[in-house]
Design a protein around this ligand. Structure first.
Ligand SMILES: Cc1cc2nc3c(=O)[nH]c(=O)nc-3n(C[C@H](O)[C@H](O)[C@H](O)COP(=O)(O)OP(=O)(O)OC[C@H]3O[C@@H](n4cnc5c(N)ncnc54)[C@H](O)[C@@H]3O)c2cc1C
Ligand SMILES: *[C@@H]1O[C@H](CO)[C@@H](O)[C@H](O)[C@H]1NC(C)=O
Ligand SMILES: *[C@@H]1O[C@H](CO)[C@@H](O)[C@H](O)[C@H]1NC(C)=O
Length: 545
């Protein structure tokens, strides 16, 4: 089928759907120029792409592929939508990443599409000139190159800000340019909420495509389980609707597969009624730690399955002038104060307590208070383990012993968070054919250990990477000794030295790779979009510190 000759995008998508899953998605002789014409692009106005022989024989007539691609985008979309190096808007853009490492990369240009057709055009332009690109949603991935690129095109989804609640209030269409605060605030007007992020400024697309842990996950699963459909622009520039009944293989792959299959332009999320909920943060001193570890253990192994409305995350840190502290974030998806599921927390004396009744948007703002401003150096790491009370003790001992070894380094913070992957969440993950994460409910419940450090000086990075890597090595070794280790690495917490997709298991990784080859035969999203965790390689940086 010569899909490239038919226009417009909607027609192409319908055509491919009609062919069913047995059809070849992109023919071997796919003609990028013709496909661009099919989108309505007048290719005669664009610069000639380099011929392969030009680059080899005559350096003089060889123009950098990304300079040609950025010029083309400017011709087609105008300077308002294409920021070039040197422009103040360009600097404002790179300066707005959450981590300094991502902001330090300098793309050839930044492209800001406003509609799905623009995204189709972008992909074909990148292919025509062979200019690599990166896609940025909320920009909260920490490591350099996850959603930024040196010398390519950074595609910013910031103009995709739609929030459309369906008239039956069962679903809501949301754009990949939104932050979770925007989403909650908007749907609350209809008395609704969705399974999404827990901190206000975090972006929608990265969080969903990597999994998405929410206060509501014990009942509904992770965010990716609660996508009724994705609008996805594929490697050939086709916009397709991916759901439990259309492109079923892609639907499975997008639940944990990250940016490996296309660019998402709309998420249709399942919505549920919610007014006020209960929750907030309690701060505890070191003397309470034994009781806190008891409470973490109890909630993970039994408590969470007795009440699916409950959520718990506990973070350990050191506070200047105070010493070791723990922050318990307890949330309950109903306006009920101190629900019995949190009884083990009741008798532990806190030094500060913000728990109360608020809408989810209020919870998301509150949890973000005191978080480092965007632009600091950041590193995030995650592992998963099986729950055991003695292992918990080993974990916090190891965290504080290792943390002390970098006492001399100036820092904004170094923290370790413990959160369960509850039985309820594991069950809900099996909805609609399951997800790609490879978590077996039979072996649960698990918990995730998440490490995050933030600091101001570039040259200190190796110290932070080394200390967290050491904590993880020691903890995993102890867990292995006790048969409590687990392979799963959460995509959205993984550092560039980790391999979340490999952690899904060989069979799932293989299945993801074959789905990728079916919809993206030239592997655009593996090689022309090199950033993020890829199917064709392991950890982005193999040199674990
Ligand atoms: C302060 C903070 C709080 C957090 N809280 C939570 C939490 O409560 N729960 C949780 O699960 N995680 C949480 N995370 C982790 C979070 O899920 C990841 O950082 C996630 O990547 C953020 O998404 P983003 O859109 O902001 O990221 P980005 O850095 O913009 O993108 C991340 C990845 O998604 C890809 N991508 C972006 N847009 C698209 C698109 N439209 N189509 C295809 N691919 C795309 C990018 O290419 C990149 O590889 C938190 C992180 C931070 C820093
Ligand atoms: C691709 O399409 C363009 C425009 O329709 C055409 O000029 C060109 O010859 C085609 N290339 C190939 C290899 O078919
Ligand atoms: C909490 O403290 C009260 C009074 O000291 C005691 O009766 C109760 O058993 C305690 N509850 C728990 C869960 O420890």
């Amino acid at each position: 089928m010569r899909v490239a000759r038919i226009a417009p995008v909607a027609v192409l998508a319908a055509c491919v759907t009609a062919q069913g899953s047995g059809a070849i998605f992109e023919p071997q002789d796919f003609n990028v120029t013709a496909a661009l014409q099919g989108l309505g692009v007048d290719v005669s106005t664009l610069p000639e792409p380099n011929k392969p022989e030009t680059s080899a024989l005559s350096k003089r007539s060889f123009l950098a592929p990304c300079s040609l691609a950025c010029t083309s985008l400017t011709i087609l979309f105008g300077q308002d939508h294409v920021l070039s190096e040197g422009a103040s808007a360009y600097d404002a853009f790179t300066g707005a990443y959450w981590s300094a490492q991502q902001g330090a990369l300098n793309p050839s240009c930044v492209f800001k599409p406003t509609k799905t057709l623009d995204v189709s055009t972008l992909i074909l332009i990148a292919r025509l000139y062979q200019c690599p690109f990166a896609v940025k949603g909320g920009g909260h991935a920490a490591w350099a190159g996850a959603s930024s690129i040196e010398d390519g095109i950074t595609v910013s989804m910031e103009n995709f800000k739609q929030v459309n609640v369906a008239s039956n209030k069962q679903t809501v269409d949301i754009g990949p340019g939104l932050r979770w605060d925007d989403v909650f605030t908007a749907v609350e007007k209809d008395g609704l909420s969705v399974v999404g992020g827990r901190m206000a400024p975090v972006g929608v697309p990265g969080l969903i495509l990597g999994g998405g842990i929410s206060h509501f996950s014990n009942k509904y699963g992770w965010a990716c389980e609660n996508v009724a459909s994705f609008e996805l622009v594929t490697a050939s520039g086709l916009a397709i609707n991916v759901s439990p009944t259309s492109y079923v293989d892609l639907y499975w792959a997008l639940r944990g597969g990250g940016n490996n299959f296309g660019i998402v332009t709309n998420f249709k999320l399942a919505a549920f009624p919610l007014g006020q909920m209960w929750g907030g943060q309690r701060v505890y001193l070191e003397s309470t730690f034994p009781a806190i570890l008891d409470a973490i253990h109890q909630f993970t192994v039994t408590g969470s399955s007795t009440d699916l409305d409950a959520a718990q995350i506990v973070t350990f840190a050191s506070a200047p002038g105070i010493g070791k502290v723990a922050f318990a974030n307890l949330h309950y998806a109903k306006p009920v104060v101190n629900a019995p599921v949190f009884d083990s927390w009741k008798n532990i004396t806190s030094i500060q307590d913000t728990t109360g009744l608020r809408p989810m948007s209020g919870m998301a703002k509150l949890l973000n208070e005191g978080a480092p401003a965007p632009g600091a150096y950041q590193t995030w790491w995650g592992i998963s383990l099986k729950m055991d009370r003695q292992l918990l003790q080993f974990i916090i001992d190891t965290f504080y012993t290792q943390e002390a070894t970098i006492a001399d380094v100036e820092k904004i913070l170094i923290i370790m968070a413990i959160q369960p992957i509850t039985e309820g969440a594991l069950k809900a993950m099996q909805k609609n054919g399951g997800n790609a994460l490879g978590l077996d409910p039979k072996n649960g419940p698990y918990f995730i250990l998440n490490f995050n450090a933030a600091w101001n000086k570039k040259e200190d990075e190796p110290r932070f990477h080394h200390v967290i890597s050491t904590m993880i090595k020691l903890i995993k070794a102890e867990a292995q000794r006790r048969s409590l280790d687990n392979d799963f690495v959460y995509f959205n917490y993984a550092s560039e030295y980790q391999d979340p997709i490999g952690s899904y298991g060989a069979a799932n990784k293989q299945r993801l790779a074959s789905i990728s080859k079916k919809y993206d035969p030239t592997q655009v999203f593996q090689y022309l979009q090199p950033g993020g965790f890829k199917l064709v390689k392991g950890a982005p940086n193999p040199n674990t510190p």
